[in-house]
Design a protein around this ligand. Sequence first.
Ligand code: ADQ
Length: 411
Amino acid sequence: MAAKRVLAIVLAGGEGKRLMPLTADRAKPAVPFGGIYRLIDFALSNIVNSRYLHVVVLTQYKSHSLDRHIAKTWDMSRMLGNYVVPVPAQQRMGKNWYLGSADAIYQSLNLLDDERPDIVVVVGADNIYRMDFSQMVDAHVASGAKLTVAGIRQPRELADQFGVIEADPADPRRIKAFREKPSDAVGLADSPEEVLVSMGNYVFDADALVEAVRADALRDDTRHDMGGDIVPAFVERGEAALYDFIENDMPGSNDRDRDYWRDVGTIDAYFEANMDLINIEPVFNLYNDEWPVYTGYTGLPPAKFVHSSPERVGLAVDSIISPGVVVSGAEVHASVLSPHTKLNSWSRVDNSVLLDNVTIARRAHVNRAILDKFVTIEEGASVGLNRELDIARGFTVTPSGITVVPKGTIV
Ligand code: ADQ
């Protein structure tokens, strides 16, 4: 069989309203994660590790920091014709920005004309996982379907956040029904408290994708959404196959992180996914060299831990500490610290995620909090110790009690 030409499209235009205030002035795929990464690095690393090296990233909402990150980190040398490029909304089809994710592809069809792929791999930019897309593409080609949707089991109570897949009992690789974010999903026959959901990753025959987004653009009764409109249309015509994520065989994965996939749609989910990285036996293992996660490396100095006085040791336990961090006579427990963060004497950070350039002054205390970039906690101040106080200060406090301090705030 001749090798198929594959183009990868990353949908990166999402607003991420439920991640506010972290998305107040950056696109959701550009939200920092795990100390040195941005959310989009996980999708792009999966694509590049799958050896798909013709990649376009469709951006629009507050895309400045996302564009900058992609240009700095992912702009491969164009030798041999490989590329990862951001493509902003170009208004080629009229005066509209992208009306939805399907319209984003419609407005970018010139890219398919240029590339002439046989297969288009379309993936979201907001999820944390490892996946070899070439295995999904092989399954797609073998099945003869026009669309293949990647699926994973999730708790039934989350069904209204996802596209829910009903596989054909007679042929479990065929999708019989698909409903986007239903409020009344029924559990699986063999596990009533679980449903099978779409991971937002699709493999299309290129011709079928072009035809589908063109037809969708002409309709009035559509939100121009991949999950809401395009996938159901393929399912109704009996042209959609299921690729169960459980089949994906990942080099270097342990039993714990083999099936790991998280949609970090809410602050609580974002916080928990960060915490997943720091477990002693991490449920998502960043130290898997066989399937690396790439990001921009900044040339910062190494992290440093110093005594401020003989009785004040600077230490971090069960934590991720990025380059450029200085922990001076302070304690860090169960936390993720991004580059250029400085902790001063007698301060303490517990169960928290600190983004770049945070300063924690002497005797300050942070617990169960997310501090966005350039936040300063002043001497003796605290965050996350008193819910009412944090709410009165105007901070977001999530249902599970995580306080989020917006970019640049001085507490
Ligand atoms: P959601 O994540 O809710 O559900 P959406 O908000 O469309 O769907 O985001 C999907 C991806 O598309 C994200 O990476 C987002 O950044 C991007 N995107 C959104 N609008 C865009 C636009 N106008 N232009 C470019 N990119 C855009 C989807 C599926 C569900 C599935 C979940 C899994 O619709 O069926 O279960 O993903 O997370």
